[in-house]
Design a binder for this molecule. Structure first.
Ligand code: G16
Ligand code: MG
Length: 216
């Protein structure tokens, strides 16, 4: 029986991928190359340093570790100026209504994000108090597709993996949920999120009971 929902942040609750893209693109442009929106898809759910390494390899740029840390810090500062403007209007359609349905049940809610900025973003959009547990990039050592983030989420909720349902928009995130032994609802396109148990376009007009009857 499902007793806990584990939500990814970026692409599930809010759309921060565009801000990550803008900040990484500026960095790449400064280094003399460009990154496409399609390439940006491969960075979703991937940690900051892993993303940086993928981008540098894409642009055939080799740097020292300290130079990489400097670039990642600068990118994050730029990213923070972009996300600091986020408000409740940036919550993805249907999320609030879905949360309201959850609150009428005994199902607990946790965040499972690899972002080190997750809490700041949840505060900014006014959702921080809706979570029973928050696992973010400051609490984990391995990014998705490693299951660490979701296993820690389940543990903080006091639940077993089989009692948890993951909501994820990234291929690496869906894999992380499956690697944790959990059922996964993909948010996005079924052709992309092939490992998810069920795929929704988003939360608009989603009936919680109907969803649970399909998944259990
Ligand atoms: C998010 C994004 C990734 C980003 C990562 C680290 O993961 O999808 O693109 O690289 O966080 O973010 P930060 O640089 O803020 O620590 P998630 O798990 O919320 O999808
Ligand atoms: Mg995501």
């Amino acid at each position: 029986m499902i007793k806990g929902f584990l939500f990814d942040l970026d692409g599930v609750i809010v759309e921060t991928a565009i801000f990550h893209y803008q900040a990484w693109r500026k960095m790449a442009n400064d280094l003399g190359f460009d990154i496409s929106e399609e390439f940006n898809e491969t960075l979703k759910g991937v940690s900051r340093m892993d993303s940086l390494n993928l981008i540098l390899a894409h642009g055939n740029v080799v740097l020292l570790e300290e130079e990489k840390i400097e670039l990642a810090t600068k990118k994050n500062e730029h990213y923070l100026t972009l996300v600091s403007k986020m408000t409740a209007d940036d919550i993805l359609p249907g999320v609030r209504e879905f949360f309201a349905q959850i609150k009428q049940t005994d199902i607990k809610i946790a965040l499972g994000s690899v972002s080190k900025n997750a809490k700041m973003i949840l505060e900014g959009v006014g959702l921080i108090n809706d979570f029973d547990a928050i696992i973010d990039g400051t609490k984990i050592s391995k990014g998705k597709p490693d299951p660490e983030v979701f296993l820690k989420g389940a543990a903080e909720l006091g639940l077993s993996p089989e009692e948890c349902l993951v909501f994820e928009d990234a291929v690496a995130g869906v894999e992380a949920g499956k690697n944790a032994g959990m059922k996964v609802v993909g948010i996005g396109h079924a052709e992309v999120l092939t490992k998810a148990d069920i795929v929704l376009k988003g939360f608009e007009n989603i009936d919680l009971r109907q969803l649970l009857s399909k998944i259990q």
